[in-house]
Design a protein. Structure first.
Length: 606
């Protein structure tokens, strides 16, 4: 009996599985295998691209291990805690995330794992690229940038940048937030899965992405790093995990095995000697061999026609993507209609305020016209009274003239005197008549002005009544209906398909637990693989020219804020790569040149 096996305490035992964004709890039968637990997790989260993932745990000796699917869970030295804990993680990486990852759940799990690796600095990421990646992470979490709902400091509190990047620059969290926000605003209209895919497409171009590093040495006992990747085995110098010194692709490796701490790799090329290296621990060799077998199987699988399961998944994913695009377009149209309705509502409210102001001005003008009419009426009354008084005085003057004429005959002196008085009286009468006529004309003018004021007042009232009756509908604002439908759920038939899904293992037969060697390529596959043309990324920089220009601009912008003594060795190595114009793919292409025999010899001389 294994010393790590727990005593049987019932028919089942509790298990907790973490998937980076969720915790799942199960009760497993005591005799359950790793495959049964793995399939249970995959069915629970709806995952069908199972071949990338595995269950990682810490065994009773404190070593990090991957659960073997063909053995019982209880027979794999699990720890003696009350509840057994596993991490559901990506064990193998695709060569091209955009081409190979089909399901959204697969993309999301890779996104979370790669993001965590970058933030924890397990994957080196340059400062300018980390800002761009952070903007996609914000888009995936919050959706489109909205100036109204966005609050300053909202991003500064998020864990978006590696601590190494933050420490290297004399920049406040707000300064980093401003630079992330600029790119975040450019991602408008991008859905969560699209933002996560863009994140992965950029992350896969980082030098340390998808590389499992193991300390090894060659025959000269030089300390080196072995990097197991989706394309093959890379050899790195101890101080440089970014640029490999040489590489061996899976297509040129025929057989791989280990004996104690010595690893032996037999190349396809008959004239080439075996490639040998030494690891530090035998336990680590089992993990290296496991990763080599899994990565090689996926390497071969990608170069064959898709299976019916993969074709079905791609067809369903394409159909689902098309359906979601239609829904997004529908929601976008509804959003546009809602915004248009809100703009129309705001315009109507503005027009209502304008009409109310016009009514106020019209009432004010009417009040002033009424006051003017009253004033003119008062002036007209005073002029009429003055005209009547003048007429009365003229009549009295005429009576006085008549009386004087009657007394005219008395004496000549009186006559002369009377004539003088008469002339004076006539002059006075003439002046009084003129004044009376002027006053009468003024009274008539005031009457005319009063009449016009009354007419203007009547027209203003009629216009006001007509204006109020014509715009009566503006007093009520029609509420905008809710244009957004409720969230739809998956169709019941699709849910049933996910629940009844039968997951197939990657290997037709389980690998024996004591496996120490494995034939990667049979003799029949050599000729086929010798004719294979590997996909190259020589046009990478041309395709991403705009992106590279943005990254260069940001790098130049923050260069002056860099703290020199905070630069790590990886930072200096990356800067040297940038200076030489090198990138991940150009480096791999360069170290892959030459025959296998020449690269084995080069490795031995390191």
């Amino acid at each position: 009996m294994s010393p790590f096996r727990r005593k049987k305490s019932g028919r089942s035992f509790p298990v907790k599985v973490c998937t980076l964004d969720a915790e799942l709890e199960f009760n497993l039968e005591w005799r359950s295998t790793g495959r049964e637990l793995f399939d249970l997790v995959c069915r629970t989260i709806g995952l069908r691209e199972t071949w990338y993932f595995g269950l990682q745990y810490e065994d009773a000796k404190g070593f990090i291990s991957w659960l073997k699917l063909d053995k019982k869970v209880q027979d794999q030295g699990i720890s003696q805690h009350q509840t057994t804990s596993f991490m559901f993680l990506a064990k193998f990486y695709p060569e091209d995330v955009a081409e190979e990852l089909v399901q959204e759940v697969t993309q999301h799990l890779f996104f979370l794992q790669v993001k965590q690796a970058i933030l924890s600095m397990d994957i080196y990421c340059p400062p300018e690229a980390s800002v761009l990646l952070a903007s996609y992470a914000v888009q995936a979490k919050y959706g489109d940038y909205d100036e109204i709902s966005y609050r300053p400091g909202m991003l500064a509190s998020e864990d978006l940048l590696p601590q190494r990047v933050i420490d290297q620059y004399q920049m406040t969290p707000e300064m980093w937030e401003d630079r992330i926000k600029i790119w975040y605003a450019d991602h408008r209209g991008m859905s969560r899965d699209e933002a996560e895919m863009e994140y992965l497409k950029i992350a896969q171009d980082l030098d340390m992405y998808g590389v499992n590093y193991f300390p090894i040495s060659n025959k000269k006992e030089t300390d080196l790093w072995l990097g197991v990747t989706a394309l093959g085995l890379n050899i790195y110098e101890k101080e440089n995990k970014l640029a490999p010194k040489t590489t061996f692709t899976w297509s040129e490796i025929r057989h791989i095995s280990f004996d104690d701490k010595k690893f032996i790799i037999k190349p396809v090329e008959k004239t080439s000697p075996n490639f040998m290296f030494f690891s530090q621990k035998t336990r680590m060799n089992k993990l290296i061999l496991d990763l080599c077998i899994g990565n090689h199987d996926l390497f071969m699988r990608r170069r064959k026609p898709d299976s019916m399961e993969v074709q079905q998944m791609k067809a369903q994913a394409k159909e689902e993507k098309s359906r979601r695009q239609i829904e997004r377009n529908k929601l976008a149209r509804e959003k546009q209609l809602r915004e248009a309705a809100e703009r129309e509502k705001a315009a109507m409210e503005q027009r209502l305020l304008q009409y109310q102001e016009e009514i106020r001005l019209a009432n004010e003008a009417l009040r002033r016209s009424e006051e003017t009419a009253d004033l003119l009426a008062e002036k007209s009354r005073v002029a009429e009274e003055e005209a009547m008084l003048l007429s009365q005085k003229a009549s009295e003057a005429e009576q006085e003239i008549t009386r004087i004429r009657l007394n005219n005959m008395k004496t000549e002196e009186e006559k002369v005197h009377l004539e003088r008085k008469t002339r004076e009286a006539e002059l006075l009468t003439e002046r009084l008549v003129q004044e009376s006529e002027r006053r009468a004309a003024e009274a008539e003018k005031l009457k005319d002005e009063l009449l016009r004021a009354r007419i203007a007042e009547k027209e203003a009232k009629e216009k006001l009544l007509e204006f109020l009756s014509r715009n009566a509908y503006t007093s009520t604002i029609t509420p905008v209906p809710n244009l957004f439908p409720s969230t739809q759920v998956l169709p019941s038939d699709l849910q049933a398909d996910l629940q009844t899904l039968q997951l197939e293992p990657l290997h037709a037969e389980p690998l024996p637990p004591d496996l120490t060697s494995y034939d990667l390529i049979s003799d029949g596959d050599v000729d086929q693989l010798s004719l294979e043309i590997e996909r190259e990324r020589s046009d990478y920089l041309e395709k991403s020219k705009h992106l590279q220009e943005q990254l260069r601009e940001l790098r130049s912008e923050i260069e002056g804020l860099k703290v020199g003594d905070k630069q790590s060795e990886l930072d200096h190595l990356h800067e040297e790569q940038v200076r030489l114009g090198e990138n991940k793919y150009s480096t791999l292409k360069k170290v892959k040149s030459g025959s296998t025999k020449a690269r084995v010899a080069f490795f031995e001389e390191l």
